[in-house]
Design a protein around this ligand. Structure first.
Ligand code: NAP
Length: 552
């Protein structure tokens, strides 16, 4: 049996940085990755149009000056192929690939109390053990398909966007269906509308969306960005979402309607999430303010879509702008002005089944060559549910979290000693520009490990009381947010997952903003990890970690 001091599960953005930290410390560690290679989200999601909604230079890692200096982002919002190249570049530059094992899906991880270690079962039949189990599973790594009949009977090609084939898909002249109009569907539709024969979009609920305004980055611009990296990352760490965009501090009602419109006109034409995150703060908390801004965006849609009947169908009625994750779009609304693009409102005429030749709604049959399911994910907890994780006394994590999620700082769980989640449910990392969040989370987890190794502790577990306090804090943060009313993955809704289709709110993300989160977790660390019981549980155990040259 092979033993490691730490096993990291998942070789995406978080897993790559986590193994870098452990490798630098000389710890004996490995990364187990279900996919055929590293990259996580950027390995899997190869659909046309997949790209950052974050400014590329805010998405890259900040930990190495040399890395910042040698990478040239080609676009302000970089596309999937380039993003995957970047993550491979990072792994190669720092020699991290040798710590990674691919095509290794972890089926189970059980805490062995007597030995104070984790027993990890991999789908190739191996059992590995480790003292520390670090879960970097991704927030959106379990795709979900509709639960409709006949999916196997379709004779054409069909795939979820997450499983988009690695080889190019010839769509020229083809009749293509896209089901779903979240951030993914909106990217795909904008990209393929002029490349396919016929495109039919099956929309259940429209989403608010605004232009990404992407552009290339020249050599000169990149040189300037490199000079400004310190300021860029400082701005990200000041902002609630870990982005360059900081809220407009003027009160919504302190300025005139004309001044509000002037800000919105400016933001609409600017790149990225500014329209959402550099807006008035009341957009997120005040129904009236949100309604006024939503109407502004609705009018933009009416201006861009020629057929006003179609425009009205593309305007959300059940939620206001920004209370769900806002998809950024490129030529999305203009796609509906094309004669080869058709919108089917499956809110009115629901999908009934998949047929051999296409899709059937309550109204009629449609024939297709390709069906694209852009139907989203079992978000945040889905990847945890897929592994049989058991803690003290055999308690299953899925059972612990069945009715309510509870964590300590979103990174540790009572009853699951030595299990760390740098970007777990209820962590700040789950609700910010991901790399900014995971760097914080990975650093905090690694600092805790270093503290334990230095002091000779071999067991860390948050107390029930500390976990309850954190979960209560996270829950209270939702109370002030309009997002609590929206049916989206932020609140745990997914019509395709049994038990999550009712829209019963699940407190999955930390809404207090990155600065507040970082303050909270730093206070715990500087206070000697109050709320975490640290102990040398295994009397015969060594207090020093197994180093890379150690046993296996
Ligand atoms: P999503 O936001 O959950 O959207 C799923 C879409 O599929 C919704 O329109 C949903 O309709 C529809 N749908 C789901 N099940 C359906 C069914 N059974 N029948 C008909 N329609 C169904 O998922 P996503 O678009 O993949 O985006 C998820 C998240 O991934 C985003 O919010 C974002 O955080 C991330 N993402 C990021 C980027 C980026 O950074 N650039 C790009 C893409 C995605 P309802 O709304 O009615 O449920």
């Amino acid at each position: 049996m092979t033993h490691y001091e730490a096993i990291v599960i998942g070789a995406g953005v978080a897993g790559i940085y986590q193994i870098k930290r452990l490798a630098d410390l000389g710890i004996e560690a490995t990364v187990l990755e279900a996919g055929g290679d590293l990259g996580g989200t950027w390995y899997w999601n190869r659909y046309p149009g997949a790209r950052f909604d974050s400014e590329s230079y805010t998405y890259g890692y900040s930990f190495s000056r040399e890395l910042l200096d040698d990478w040239h982002w080609k676009e302000h919002f970089s596309g999937q192929p380039e993003n995957l190249r970047y993550l491979n570049h990072v792994a190669d530059k720092f020699g991290l690939r040798k710590y990674m094992q691919f095509n290794c899906r972890v089926d189970a991880a059980h805490y062995d109390e007597a030995e104070n270690l984790w027993r990890v079962r991999v789908n190739d039949g191996r059992e590995l053990t480790c003292r520390f189990l670090i879960l970097t599973l991704g927030l959106l790594s379990v795709p979900t398909l509709p639960r409709i009949e006949g999916m196997e009977s379709f004779k054409g090609r069909s795939f979820h966007t997450f499983h988009w084939p690695h080889e190019p898909v010839d769509m020229a002249g083809k009749r293509v269906a896209v089901i779903g109009t979240g951030a993914t569907g909106i990217q795909v539709i904008g990209e393929i509308a002029d490349k396919v024969g016929d495109l039919t979009i099956f929309q259940r609920r429209p989403n608010w969306s605004a232009p990404l305004n992407n552009a290339a980055i020249s050599e000169a611009e990149m040189a300037d960005i490199r000079r400004r990296y310190d300021d860029i990352f400082a701005a990200c760490s000041r902002s609630p979402g870990g982005f360059l965009h900081e809220p407009d501090r003027r009160g919504f009602y302190e300025v005139t309607a004309e001044e509000r419109k002037a800000l919105w006109d400016k933001l609409y034409d600017e790149p990225g999430f500014g329209i959402w995150l550099a807006n008035f703060r009341e957009i997120f908390t005040d129904e009236k303010a949100n309604a006024e801004f939503s109407e502004y965006i609705a009018n933009r849609i009416r201006q861009r879509v020629k057929d006003q009947k179609v425009a009205e169908k593309l305007i959300p009625r059940d939620h206001g702008f920004g209370v769900q994750r806002v998809p950024m779009e490129t030529r999305y609304f203009e796609a509906y002005n094309r004669p080869n693009v058709h919108l089917v409102d499956i809110g009115e005429t629901p999908l009934v089944r998949v047929t051999e030749t296409g899709l059937r709604t309550t109204e009629r049959d449609y024939d297709f060559d390709i069906i694209v399911y852009a139907t989203g994910f079992d978000a945040i907890t889905g990847a945890y549910d897929k592994i049989d994780i058991r803690g003290v006394g055999g308690l299953a994590l899925a059972d612990k979290w069945r009715t309510t999620i509870s964590t300590f700082l979103g990174m540790m769980i009572h009853g699951f000693p030595n299990l760390l989640m740098p970007a777990g449910p209820q962590s700040g990392s789950a609700s910010t520009n991901y790399p900014r969040g995971i760097e914080t989370g990975v650093d905090w987890c690694t600092d805790l490990l270093e503290h334990m190794w230095a002091k000779g502790y071999t067991r860390a577990e948050p107390t029930a009381a500390a976990e309850a306090r954190w979960t209560d804090h996270v829950t209270k943060m939702y109370a002030m947010m309009l997002m609590r009313k929206a049916k989206s993955w932020f609140t745990g809704y997914n019509s395709n997952v049994p038990g999550h289709e009712q829209g019963t709110i699940r407190y999955l993300v930390y809404n207090g903003g990155a600065p507040k989160y970082v303050n909270a977790i730093n206070a715990v660390a500087s206070g000697g990890y109050e709320g975490v019981t640290l102990g040398a549980r295994h009397p015969g155990g060594t207090s020093s970690p197994s180093l890379a040259s150690g046993r296996s």
